[in-house]
Design a binder for this molecule. Sequence first.
Ligand code: NAD
Length: 350
Amino acid sequence: MKLLITGGAGFIGSAVVRYIIGNTDAEVVNLDKLTYAGNLESLAEVSGSERYAFEQVDICNRAEVDRVLVQHQPDAIMHLAAESHVDRSIDGPAAFIETNIVGTYTLLEATRHYWQALEGERKTNFRFHHISTDEVYGDLEGTDDLFTETTPYAPSSPYSASKASSDHLVRAWQRTYGLPVLITNCSNNYGPYHFPEKLIPLVILNALEGKPLPIYGKGDQIRDWLYVADHARALYTVVTKGKPGETYNIGGHNEKQNIEVVHTLCDTLQELRPQAMPYRELITTVKDRPGHDKRYAIDASKIEKELGWVPQETFETGIRKTVQWCLDNLDWCQRVQDGSYQRERLGSGE
Ligand code: NAD
């Protein structure tokens, strides 16, 4: 099996590439534009494999996407490429509209033409797997409600609205053209190789440097956290076993207030890298994000019942692994923070 993975140099995409090369016989073509969020250093352990190829391509570039499809002849596409950071979508929504909506449309059209030209089993077994977020559902008022696959869409930020739009496009390409699609909507991920603008790596690295740990408002926003390697395994399960036309929600059963997450990180750091002043004393509050969703929580029972996937990490084990990974890989973190991961690839002509 050959899989084309878009966004394979990003946080989740690189975990998917590492999982597939490390645990299956499948071949992987990683198609990535290498925006600020794309980092080939996250793929160092697999980039030497004969089953791995990289194409630096923008999903908005139809001619280049067509070329990659014809040249590599994938059996399935896993579409993760996106602009993914909510705060950046508030400061500058244009890139989110361009990549998440126009880029997904361009990829769908290129895929439709490629798929229509396939024959026999290759055509029947082809899959287009769109990777989306639970943020398309908006937020939950009550404390017991959960997002299911039939929860109506109510996105709040330019990011989640652009992802919701791309989900609608993918469903329309299935209903209208019969393209065999799968959609997954996942909760917040955390784990190794996470870009340090996101809450968990930001808190770990700031704490290690003795800098303030910023918390939006009261820190009472609730998110459902999933360890990234569990997500990668779920995505491979869906692309190989999922039923075309179906949506699967993916979550970790780990609903935590942001402040609880930061406390857990501080306490884990205190244990693994003890210091005289408790890390918790670095916590400071900052003005809340506009339109900030209060609570997300996923009902992941469908993927569990139908495809047999369950997360392997609890929040405690996953956080411990993540903190330990940061402590063991401070050079990776440092090179992202000082921008050298980007400067060197520009210097090498990539
Ligand atoms: P990320 O920002 O870390 O990585 C995105 C990747 O896409 C980068 O490698 C970037 O270079 C690439 N990319 C961006 N624009 C591109 C373009 N125009 N053409 C080709 N490549 C492009 O994102 P992530 O956190 O790994 O998220 C991956 C996917 O999973 C996204 O679709 C996101 O919406 C979804 N998702 C993320 C989370 C989360 O917690 N991070 C949760 C649920 C769903």
